[in-house]
Design a protein around this ligand. Sequence first.
Ligand SMILES: *[C@@H]1O[C@H](CO)[C@@H](O)[C@H](O)[C@H]1NC(C)=O
Ligand SMILES: *[C@@H]1O[C@H](CO)[C@@H](O)[C@H](O)[C@H]1NC(C)=O
Ligand SMILES: *[C@@H]1O[C@H](CO)[C@@H](O)[C@H](O)[C@H]1NC(C)=O
Ligand SMILES: *[C@@H]1O[C@H](CO)[C@@H](O)[C@H](O)[C@H]1NC(C)=O
Ligand SMILES: *[C@@H]1O[C@H](CO)[C@@H](O)[C@H](O)[C@H]1NC(C)=O
Ligand SMILES: *[C@@H]1O[C@H](CO)[C@@H](O)[C@H](O)[C@H]1NC(C)=O
Ligand SMILES: *[C@@H]1O[C@H](CO)[C@@H](O)[C@H](O)[C@H]1NC(C)=O
Ligand SMILES: *[C@@H]1O[C@H](CO)[C@@H](O)[C@H](O)[C@H]1NC(C)=O
Ligand SMILES: *[C@@H]1O[C@H](CO)[C@@H](O)[C@H](O)[C@H]1NC(C)=O
Ligand SMILES: *[C@@H]1O[C@H](CO)[C@@H](O)[C@H](O)[C@H]1NC(C)=O
Ligand SMILES: *[C@@H]1O[C@H](CO)[C@@H](O)[C@H](O)[C@H]1NC(C)=O
Length: 820
Amino acid sequence: MRTSVSVAAFGVVAAAASAFDPLQHVNLFIGTSNGGNVFPGATVPHGMVKVGMDTDGDNFAGYDPNPLANVTGFSQLHQSGTGGAVPLSNFKLFPIPECPVNNNHFEQCLTFISGRKTLRKLLPSGLPDDFASPGYFSTNLSTDVRAELTATRRTALHRSRASSPELSIDPTTGRMLASGNYATSFGIARYNAYACVDFRGEGDGYDFSGPSEWGPYKINYPDLNGVNLLQHYYSWGSEHGGLMFFPANPNGSPSSILVRVGVSFISTAQASQNAEEIPDFDFAGVVSDAEDQWRDILNRVQVNSTGVDDDTVTLLVSLPDAYRPWRLHWRKPQMELNRTLLRRVLLQLYVFCLLLAVCACAHVTKGHLPDAIPPRMSVSSLTTAVLTTLQMSLDDPENFAHIVRGMINIQQHQGWLPEAREAGQQQFIQGGSDGDEILAEFYVKFSKYAAALNVSATDLYNALLADAEDTPPNWNLQGRQADVWKEKGYIPSDTTYAGGANTKQVSRALEYAFDDFAISQVAKMMGKTADAKKYASRAQNFHNSWNENVTLSSTSTGSGLPPNNSVVAGFFQPRFANGTWNFTDPRHCSVHDPTQSTCFLNAIRRDGFYESSPIVYSQYVPQDTAALIALQGGPDAFTARLDWIFTSSYFDPTDEPSQQIPFMYHYANAPGQSTQRSRQLIASSFNTSLNGLPGNDDSGAMASYVVWYLAGMYPLPATQQILLSSPYFPEISFTNPLLGKTTTLRTKNFVGNPTNGTGGTVFVKSVSVNGKPYKSNCYLDWDVFTSGSLVEIEVTDDIGVTCGEGKDALPPSLSTGGYD
Ligand SMILES: *[C@@H]1O[C@H](CO)[C@@H](O)[C@H](O)[C@H]1NC(C)=O
Ligand SMILES: *[C@@H]1O[C@H](CO)[C@@H](O)[C@H](O)[C@H]1NC(C)=O
Ligand SMILES: *[C@@H]1O[C@H](CO)[C@@H](O)[C@H](O)[C@H]1NC(C)=O
Ligand SMILES: *[C@@H]1O[C@H](CO)[C@@H](O)[C@H](O)[C@H]1NC(C)=O
Ligand SMILES: *[C@@H]1O[C@H](CO)[C@@H](O)[C@H](O)[C@H]1NC(C)=O
Ligand SMILES: *[C@@H]1O[C@H](CO)[C@@H](O)[C@H](O)[C@H]1NC(C)=O
Ligand SMILES: *[C@@H]1O[C@H](CO)[C@@H](O)[C@H](O)[C@H]1NC(C)=O
Ligand SMILES: *[C@@H]1O[C@H](CO)[C@@H](O)[C@H](O)[C@H]1NC(C)=O
Ligand SMILES: *[C@@H]1O[C@H](CO)[C@@H](O)[C@H](O)[C@H]1NC(C)=O
Ligand SMILES: *[C@@H]1O[C@H](CO)[C@@H](O)[C@H](O)[C@H]1NC(C)=O
Ligand SMILES: *[C@@H]1O[C@H](CO)[C@@H](O)[C@H](O)[C@H]1NC(C)=O
């Protein structure tokens, strides 16, 4: 498929004020195969509703680049990069050029997915003839139908309820009103969705006032001239919808049918109202509008790409936060967006049928059961749940504030900050209350602007306190196990508590400690000294889960340790309520686990860890790496341990708990090692291919990871610091529209990037800000960005560089007073 954007093809010429137009480099197909589950359809920045193609292939987001995958429909609602089960993908529209049975007999038209599905046309490369650019998607089906999709978005809604699928048809206009109740992909709740669908002919006098034949269908049984699914005699099944035949263009020439779909999570009335957002069915206008929105947001990051290969530029601009939906859908339910979609189907044949499936098995080959609780999940948790919001701190604080307002609003209505969400419904929490980190990140970075951004500091703080202090009725879905955390300072692994699953005890405790750190930073900025102390102290509770007596030695299979009796000592471990310890093999859930366990969600597991090994989790104390270094025997032992994690494949690029490990050498004053490890990771695990992401994108966690690394930085949530390495560009700049400031990172002696990430002239030797030597070569304070600065970075080929000489050269840690 073609993967780059030709803006001019849509008659919309870039208002190219800047030399670098990011839209020219975007490749939306990265990560659409190999479990990346990325969505490549049409949407606008941070769009909630995403119009795209569904197939019976493997991608949970609908689209599969495999040429053997059949197209099953084009639907409005998708999520990008999630695990669990297939999310959303409902209200599928499907163009059928003719119903081959019995000379297009309406009642014998095959409506069932397996009967109607079709392959795509192929390009000479063997890939399907699909095209995607920001705000636009098109494909050519083997039936000679060409489908083009685009989208707009508008304002806010509330919610209410509906039950079984409903569909009504107005035979005069062809308008279809549809609704259904659907399972979420990673939780127990269900949600309602509503649609209003209208049609219009386009081109060469093609003008019809309504369908020539119409009717609802159940399973494989269309009901000619029926107007309501409910009155259709055939019994309920797994697939229902409406089918329409349209008259051919009397001129006999190929024409298009424009289909406008208004969507709502409230009601069909709201969906109909939303549909009027595109009163004139102006397809080109909607595309150009979406492109303007994308250009506005993508232009905030500018690079000089001299001496940088095209793939690196493509990776940078193709994976920004705005493409990734909020996996946690924080803006809902109180801040839902209504949106109208417009699509165009080019008719090559004379008879045209269009089908709207209200309810259909999303991916038949996967046998997706609507109510199945998925065996695994992918949402980001831990620090990296917030990687995408950290990106928004740099260049999109208004949208960040919008998300924060929505989260606070949800807390005010439901008691706790939202965690995992789909279509406004709660899904399963994977870690702690990571919403705390998002709110704290916002406040720590933008406290001065909170009021102007309509974020109430009082409401924000109360929301944090609710997570920290109040135990919810079900901490699988919201909040934390706060009572036990407050009582014990760890989460016991043997006692069964009412209110949630007794699982992932150790990893939850580590997250709770980090959540409390985030709250302490907000309290400090608000001048709440006692609270700041209290939560900083709770942030030290990770010590309660550290067992220095658990060791892994060279005699353990797969330990990767040298054979002369070497030992790694000290790991986070599960602990009983009476204070004694249980034991979980440090290799548990790693590639070297002798029992080959997985650490996915399972209510009966007592091993204590989620989605990563104790070895990985034993590096997870972002708030106090200095203390971790002490626990692990000092800087040399610490870096040796990090090396061992990489060389023995304990590092897991596919999951969030590992994400900060490459940068941890900074804290041991060995930043050159961080630079090399992070660059090696990019070289080995991320690229512009269809399979260019190592596992689920996790709604942007992986994508943000790449963007930060390419920018030569790694963010520390809820702090004033950003770790610094070398950018992949001679110059990269971030424009913050709220502050009206641009900060540029310039590499003084840039000579290019080593292709395998190893070696090169990329190690940071010195840093100056606005011409003055900076206090550290290892991090930048946030005020560098708020004031709009020129950061000049001198690089060397000597990997043995350090953070510098002064007392503030090392990045801060709680136990060394670094955040005071
Ligand atoms: C596409 O449909 C054909 C015919 O039903 C089937 O043989 C094939 O397996 C389908 N492709 C996928 C990826 O399921
Ligand atoms: C589909 O076919 C049309 C007309 O032949 C062509 O212009 C277009 O580039 C093709 N590909 C896509 C993805 O639309
Ligand atoms: C979207 O929803 C909001 C809130 O319900 C409403 O005010 C607005 O008119 C809707 N947009 C359209 C175009 O219907
Ligand atoms: C881009 O970077 C190159 C290499 O450092 C430099 O020679 C060139 O002047 C820069 N271009 C601009 C427009 O700054
Ligand atoms: C804040 O709220 C005021 C009043 O409702 C509104 O006029 C303003 O646009 C809002 N500002 C932002 C940044 O949302
Ligand atoms: C480790 O063992 C020493 C010696 O037996 C003991 O004093 C210490 O309490 C143990 N530590 C833990 C965390 O159990
Ligand atoms: C163990 O052997 C490795 C090489 O195999 C060596 O680098 C290391 O110094 C040895 N350690 C001890 C404690 O002898
Ligand atoms: C502590 O609890 C564990 C698990 O419930 C139990 O096996 C152990 O005997 C207890 N130890 C003491 C000293 O009570
Ligand atoms: C102790 O840990 C093992 C291994 O993870 C686990 O199977 C067992 O259930 C745990 N025991 C208790 C009492 O939690
Ligand atoms: C691209 O990245 C994927 C995912 O990490 C990896 O499996 C694949 O080998 C990489 N491809 C190339 C050409 O490097
Ligand atoms: C990385 O690439 C450089 C330059 O091509 C080469 O000398 C070096 O051996 C490579 N290193 C590894 C680990 O592949």
